[in-house]
Design a protein around this ligand. Sequence first.
Ligand SMILES: Cc1ncc(C[n+]2csc(CCOP(=O)(O)OP(=O)(O)O)c2C)c(N)n1
Length: 626
Amino acid sequence: MLDAIPTERPNTPLLDSIDEPDQLRALEVTQLDALAHELREFLLYSVGKTGGHFGAGLGVVELTIALHYVFNTPKDSLVWDVGHQAYPHKILTGRRERMLTMRQPNGLAAFPTRSESVYDTFGVGHSSTSISAALGMMVAKRQQGRTKDSHTVAIIGDGAMTAGMAFEALNHAGALDDNVLVILNDNNMSISNNVGGLSSYFARMWASKPYNFIRSGSKRMLSKVPPALKAVHRAEEYMKGMVSPGTLFEEIGFNYIGLVDGHDTEGLVEILSNIKTLRGPQLLHVVTQKGKGYSESENDPFGMHALSKITPTPATPEVASAAPTYSQVFGDWLCDMAETDEKVVGITPAMGEGSGMREFAKRFPDRFFDVAIAEQHAVTFAAGMACEGTKPVVAIYSTFLQRAYDQLIHDVALQNLDVLFAIDRAGLVGEDGPTHAGSFDISYLRCIPNMVVMTPSDEAEARLMLSTGYHYQGPAAVRYPRGKGPGAALSKNLDTLPIGKGMIRREGQKVALLAFGSLTTAALTAAQTLDATVADMRFVKPLDTALIAELAASHDLLVTVEENAIMGGAGSAVGEHLAATNCRTPILNLGLSDTFIEHGKVPQMLADEGLDADGIIRAVRTRLAG
Ligand SMILES: Cc1ncc(C[n+]2csc(CCOP(=O)(O)OP(=O)(O)O)c2C)c(N)n1
């Protein structure tokens, strides 16, 4: 057990000898525990330097070693779900020395990425995709006649297993009968406490060759005698049902093997080697401890999900800004609104903490619904509640709302139901990279009839817009960025804004900057150099068409600015309006380019996209120069 994160590179001779999994496979199985210790120490050291996901990786150190030891990677495919637990996998697959570049510009990505390594078989970041992807790979391999020499394994957490998509894939896998192995990495504490010698013993027995030979042999033998087969099957189900929670998976069509101690490397190697010989869909239920091996993360697995980098204490400590994040502004607003209106309910798909709902959950436990990693369900659940007269507020990250798009259109907007969407992490998010960027919500929201879409330029505006959306009769969305805003003064009132009205923030000449949301501050700075007018447009939908007409009539150039894809974004909305009204004032749209923007620091990423004040000035001057 490690009590501190090493600040100096630890001595890891065994780990250093492994540049490719082939070298791992050349070790004696008895050396794997020592390797696990070194890997864990190195992981702690490197995440301490770079920050990043932490607890989940520590929990799968032994499992990762066993998987690469037993399976012939990269010919055999490992598909990690979410991928936040894949740091040990990266370390063992030729990226050890690059771990200190993790999440930095041009450095390793936070999640498995196909372009980064042949061992990263599938790009991830969003949860619950692994079983579908693994099944697709397996079926493609079968069609190409490659199943004999290639296995496919999906590794999915108990959290990720709560999403509908995982069950859709299990259901399909059960029907296809291909040799896909799903490893359920279960770090739920109550299950961990239940693990004991008996269930481990049964797990070994069920995965062992003799048992499965008997099992499939008796099935073959008895296939002509249906009643006897049924009796055997029932007895087997009964036996497993008594000691394992695998009946559900068995019913779907999987051979369930569990529970297995996920920190017993040698045991895992034995079980996985046996499973490799089995036919049909297999589900191995492994129990691990999140944060394993580091005292602080074992004691606080939730707090230690991810870590900021450990910086040496400066001689004069920096005073942290007391300004709240947008998530906190939302959380405070939700509590204030809940106090005045008992119809308020708050819904989150597994992101209550990140969305700023901790206090709301504590104070209003009966009105707080964490529905697990189930974005689609979250939205339709909200729709159902709205049908019965409550006022649901769905707190959701922009990137994760993508998964509930049909529910948003079909279940909420089409019925004009009264649901407020508090959309966090809109725009670039930094180190998590393109899987988590909220680059598209303006585009995908504004084309939906009945929606009101708001883009706050600061914290006070965010609060006003949340109240405005709350009182609007129909679906409304407020999209705000990750982290802190410019630091606007906040009041406790619950005032609203007139819907569809923007405001002039600065009077200038010739050029009018039409800012939508988070880049308004940059637009105001640029406007000083350009002597431009700045409008805080506030609403993407409905647009303030009167304000646009007024600005178009009094300026030579309209410049829209937004932290969303240019395509289909707020600037497109303004352009559509100009075209529809036959207005000839030239327009320049500034926003995110048509690429997936790699991870980095948000200010630098925005500068690279030409979306800081200098970039806005440059773009305007270039356009004016003709
Ligand atoms: C679609 C989607 N929603 C939410 C998330 C955010 N998220 C990342 S990891 C995680 C928890 C995953 O839990 P589990 O699968 O049990 O893995 P563990 O961290 O416990 O190892 C969540 C909710 C996500 N990545 N994808």
